[in-house]
Ligand binder design. Structure first.
Ligand SMILES: Nc1nc2c(ncn2[C@@H]2O[C@H](COP(=O)(O)OP(=O)(O)O)[C@@H](O)[C@H]2O)c(=O)[nH]1
Ligand SMILES: [Mg+2]
Length: 268
């Protein structure tokens, strides 16, 4: 494979932008990012494209905006990234870090961790201990690494001239791609994950609804009317929110529509 596309994910301050700069070999990623950015370079004769993202759990951003922005990273790396680098600083593994792989899975679908690598930054702060020692003695960290197929790598972003750490990472990605049969995480997988999530939300809503009105004869009428209103509202919200808002719009539309349907039925 001649060309790599990588996406950097992780909490704010984990070292995502610094990692991007280390890979690129130049300081081209700005440290504070509320938007995704992508930059290209050539490492050992191969073209590498790096997509930086805002931090998970970034308190300065609305959750919806954050999800939307991270989702955009997948579109920026069209037709989909070869690798997702989940960035953890050495020595900081809290509940937030622990939740990230699960959050990524919810956002990008089941398949995504087959394309993920844990990338530890602040390698310079490791003293006598190796990262292997750290993983061995922390069972929760071990679990997270195992979720990513046991793949991890350490960067010292202060050692900008150390190209070996970059080459080793690209080698690991090469091996991972081969193990995945040559493919990469794709927009199609992302679309499937989004659709699955939307269908699940709709199903849960209907279940809740049927639970609330179990024997009412008007349940099916409500549902029909509900989906009618839902469809209209969903289209409207979709238009307002743009393509990424469509999923959220559909869920909100279905919910509002069904409620409206119920009201109309009870009036009739
Ligand atoms: N010592 C050391 N500092 C690092 C390393 N990687 C990142 N940093 C520092 O950690 C801070 C946050 O890094 P940044 O890349 O902005 O994190 P981001 O919010 O995930 O993009 C900055 O002050 C970096 O200089 C590293 O490997 N070693
Ligand atoms: Mg950053």
């Amino acid at each position: 494979i001649g060309c790599f596309t990588l996406v950097l994910l992780g909490t704010k301050g984990a070292g995502k932008s610094s990692t991007g700069n280390t890979i690129l070999g130049r300081q081209s990623m700005r440290s504070v990012t509320s938007q995704c950015s992508d930059k290209h370079t050539t490492v050992s004769g191969r073209s590498v494209s790096v997509v930086d993202t805002p931090g998970f759990f970034d308190t300065d951003m609305q959750h919806g905006d954050l999800v939307k922005e991270i989702a955009r990273s997948v579109y920026l790396s069209s037709p989909g990234p070869h690798a997702l680098l989940i960035v953890f600083p050495v020595g900081r593994f809290t509940q937030q870090e622990e939740e990230i792989p699960q959050q990524i899975k919810v956002m990008f679908g089941e398949e995504v961790l087959k394309y993920s690598i844990i990338l530890f930054t602040h390698g310079d702060q490791l003293e006598e201990e190796t990262i292997e020692d750290e993983i061995k003695k922390n069972s929760r960290l071990r679990q997270v690494v195992q979720q990513c197929g046991g793949r991890f790598h350490v960067f010292d972003n202060k050692d900008e001239n150390n190209r070996e750490q970059v080459n080793d990472l690209l080698q690991m990605i090469d091996t991972m791609i081969k193990q995945n049969g040559g493919g990469h995480y794709s927009n199609q997988m992302f679309a499937d994950a989004q659709r699955f999530r939307q269908e699940k939300e709709e199903r849960e809503f209907l279940e809740q609804f049927e639970h609330k009105y179990p024997t009412s004869a008007s349940v099916s009428a409500n549902a029909t009317l509900g989906s009618l209103f839902g469809g209209i509202l969903c289209g409207f919200l979709g238009l307002c929110l743009g393509p990424l808002g469509a999923a959220a719009g559909a869920a909100a539309g279905a919910a509002a529509g069904a409620a409206l349907g119920a009201t109309v039925c009870s009036i009739m």
